[in-house]
Design a protein around this ligand. Sequence first.
Ligand code: ADP
Length: 327
Amino acid sequence: MANTAPRKIGVLTSGGDAPGMNAAVRSVVRTALNAGMEVVGIYSGYSGLVANKMGSFTASSVANIIQRGGTVLKSGRCPEFLKADVRALAANNLRNAGIEGLVTIGGDGTFNGAHTLFVEHGIQVVGVPGTIDNDIFGTEETIGFDTAINTALEAIDRIRDTAASHDRLFIVEVMGRDSGFIAIDVGVAGGAEEVFIPENLANVDQAIQSIKRGMARGKSSSILVAAEGQKQGRAYDLAEQIRRKAGFEAKVCVLGHIQRGGPPSARDRILASRLGFAAVRALQQGLSDIMVGVQAGQVVPVSLQECTTKKRRVPNELIELAQLLSH
Ligand code: ADP
């Protein structure tokens, strides 16, 4: 706990960009200014912190951004931040700029960085979960997820028109390296015949059974949804396995980065606004080394240590549901 509320705070966005990050930055800036704090925008995530790329923010610095995808602060990856001497430089830059509290908007990598700044240099840090993957422990929702699943769903609806018109089997690959939240939600909402998620890898045979069951009741087209897993283009491997095992030809569509961009949904804008506000309130209350997350609809503080060491997994109930409804 810090003794007093910070008089000047910094805000940065880091890791993969997510729609709604701008709404979160806007909320942080306006809440802090309203509370009489000064606000500094730090550019390009931890790289900007290390290189002193920062500037003073006013209420108008964040005008007209709530509806924009991406992040006006820019995001980025900063591998050097894994080195203690580079983090010491960053902490020094914060001190020299008079920044007493830091809001970091990003995913678990970003939170690891924030946690080390707190542990090694006593910087007051609060994390805001911003990632399309929705895989942060301690929060039921992350900023960007809702927009990403709606974007992917729209694509699947369009692909289904073609699949149905040409009696085709499609495999649609969505984002999700370690987790299947996007795939499972999009699979359920898009009526997929099968969903391949990193948590439940080996189900090609099951998918083939599912396609055959559909054919037996007169279905001539199917959509399978696959999370990319460790390697983008995994859907091509699945298509090849299905061809070899069952002789079905599948068309592949890799949605890729279109899932990241675009205007944030209403839900993401509201979530981002709530979490940005809560992050500043937490700093005012002297909280540190926490993320603000949503649990049972309420915004709550969760220790960064817990968020970064525990894994959030797709609920079994959703996996069962996706399978059951495809029959
Ligand atoms: P995300 O925040 O979306 O998970 P990354 O995993 O790429 O994205 O992490 C974003 C940045 O956070 C990294 O480029 C690095 O600068 C910093 N970071 C990640 N892990 C650590 C760590 N263990 N210690 C310090 N900084 C880290």
